[in-house]
Design a protein around this ligand. Sequence first.
Ligand SMILES: NC(=O)c1ccc[n+]([C@@H]2O[C@H](COP(=O)([O-])OP(=O)(O)OC[C@H]3O[C@@H](n4cnc5c(N)ncnc54)[C@H](OP(=O)(O)O)[C@@H]3O)[C@@H](O)[C@H]2O)c1
Length: 268
Amino acid sequence: MSSTTALTDLGQALCIVTGASRGLGRTVAKHLARLIKPGSAIVLTARSGQDLRSLQTELTGGDGAGAGLVVECVEADLGHNDAPGRIVSAARRCFKADMDHVILVNNAGSVGDVSHFFRNFTNMAEVNSYLSFNVSSCLCLTAGVLDAFPQRDGLRRTVVNISSICALQPYPSWSLYCTGKAARNMMFKVLAKEEPDIRVLNYGPGPLDTDMLAYAKSHTADENLRMSFNDMCDKGQVLSCDQSCSVLMKLLLGDSYESGAHVDVYDV
Ligand SMILES: NC(=O)c1ccc[n+]([C@@H]2O[C@H](COP(=O)([O-])OP(=O)(O)OC[C@H]3O[C@@H](n4cnc5c(N)ncnc54)[C@H](OP(=O)(O)O)[C@@H]3O)[C@@H](O)[C@H]2O)c1
């Protein structure tokens, strides 16, 4: 249920963050850790176990900041069929009966081969592999989490899809990425329609200073688009993950967005 006054915390929560090893997902996990109450838990997942464990140490570490916070790492490739189930099992292990909020942040994603144009995607295995990670795993993980933690009095459930302007606009040579992001947006609009008690947010984080943008700058086949990425960076128009995460947390605390809507960082 949405409220008009912003909350000051996200409750005693179970949070699940995909793609938490680096980039935006790592920052999302840090911001969530500051806003959840003692007795909360965070499940971090990505392929790089070592990076997840260093974040786990940071979140639970020394200065008492992580007192009462349980952090579990799941090293998993979301392109593999068993990954959603393994993440849901970890979430079940971390869940405590007195928790009042389940927050799933579907952040993990890849741009795919942006050195190709539409006409080059003749290999169905390549396309399936992309969609399997970027779309199918997101649906199956979200469904698994909702099934594990069904609606009950006193339990809020929030699902965030880290989206992109590419869900709304076509970008030449980014056919896989635009397709995947558009599919995810619609998937979560359907969820919002089906389950009015769940708060569903498609969040467009803006251009971010991460590995993904660095890859896009050097590999994008469309020359105009490649130059526009480089131009954006040269002009300092790229956001830090902290800047974008602050806006995401403001949206979660305010809890007044329309469920299923696409909200861009620049809309807030
Ligand atoms: N950067 C931007 O400008 C921008 C703009 C709009 C939207 N976004 C969106 O923001 C989200 C995060 O992007 P980012 O820029 O932070 O990207 P990034 O720096 O490339 O990080 C991607 C994250 O996803 C994980 N990941 C990649 N492949 C995976 C796989 N097969 N299985 C499991 N995890 C996998 C990576 O961890 P491992 O490699 O350890 O698995 C990493 O933690 C994405 O959904 C992206 O589409 C980014």
